[in-house]
Design a protein around this ligand. Structure first.
Ligand SMILES: [Zn+2]
Length: 280
């Protein structure tokens, strides 16, 4: 077990912060003992920004991908999905995963797009997801997966594409117990964030109690996904400490031990070659 285990935030969107704000947010994370933050792109522009932020800040790593809301947007839809550009970005040492990719069949209240009853949009997302899973397998990089209302389709595509070869993590896992086990059996990790901090999140609490700690990762989805009674204006990576606190209570295990196991899960999933020099 690592002696230097620090907190891990495997999923954020740091490009949403203005430069000055980002400095403050990263300082808060450092003070809260967050060792590593992965920031994810949602399209080519934000994927490039994710890489740039990781290049500039030693505690940040990047993932590049196309979010299902973008792949389903027929106004933007590009048949080539910027795959070549993403592939080029994925060769940088700062890029440790392909993501945020996945499927979202729950209606988007902010854009007003309805997915649950639109088989064309679902099909468009699935086709893109298959190509992005293929990119991850070819690049030998794990995936950071967004799965909302689409667990059966996600699981069957991952099985079909033999995605266990590279593995990955389901960010903000909110499936049921059976789906949790199917994903863990395939070698995927389940990541918990703000949702688990809500006292009413009974199903999630039950799943967290039952699954092995060796399958768990932590995140904030900063600046999104507010925590229960969040003290900061936006959700920041420093808040991952609250997520660990709740997992420790559910698992009846000391926080320090949870931190160590999650740190070692992180190191097992992501290849961070120069980790020693890059620890902040
Ligand atoms: Zn996200």
């Amino acid at each position: 077990m690592e002696a230097d285990a620090k907190l891990i935030d495997i999923h954020t969107h740091l490009e949403q912060y203005a430069a000055k704000e980002l400095e403050a947010v990263l300082n808060h994370a450092h003070d809260a003992d967050v060792g590593w933050i992965v920031t994810s792109g949602m399209d080519l522009v934000t994927s490039t920004r994710a890489f740039e932020i990781a290049y500039k800040h030693e505690q940040v790593l990047a993932s590049v991908g196309i979010h299902p809301w973008v792949t389903a947007d027929v106004r933007l839809s590009k048949p080539d999905l910027d795959l070549e550009e993403l592939r080029t970005l994925s060769h940088s040492r700062e890029v440790v995963a392909i993501g945020e990719i996945g499927l979202d069949f729950i209606d988007n209240v902010s854009t007003g797009v309805s997915y649950h009853d639109n088989s064309l949009l679902q099909e468009t997302q699935e086709q893109a997801f298959r190509k992005l899973v293929e990119l991850a397998c070819e690049s030998k990089l794990p995936m950071i997966i967004h799965a909302r209302g689409a667990y059966p389709a996600i699981i069957s595509i991952l099985q079909e594409q033999k995605a266990h070869r590279v593995g990955g993590v389901i960010h903000n896992f909110d499936g049921d117990e059976k789906q949790a086990h199917e994903l863990l059996d395939m070698g995927f990790y389940l990541s918990f964030g703000g949702s688990i901090t809500y006292p009413g999140a009974h199903t999630l609490h039950e799943i967290c109690r039952k699954i092995p700690l060796t399958g768990i990762l932590t995140e904030t989805d900063s600046p999104y996904m507010p925590l229960y009674q969040q003290s900061t204006e936006k959700n920041e990576p420093a808040n991952v400490v609250q997520v660990v606190k709740v997992i420790a209570e559910l698992k009846k295990t000391e926080q320090e031990r949870i931190k160590e196991i999650i740190h070692s899960n992180f190191r097992a999933l992501f290849t961070v070659p120069q980790v020693e020099e890059r620890i902040p």
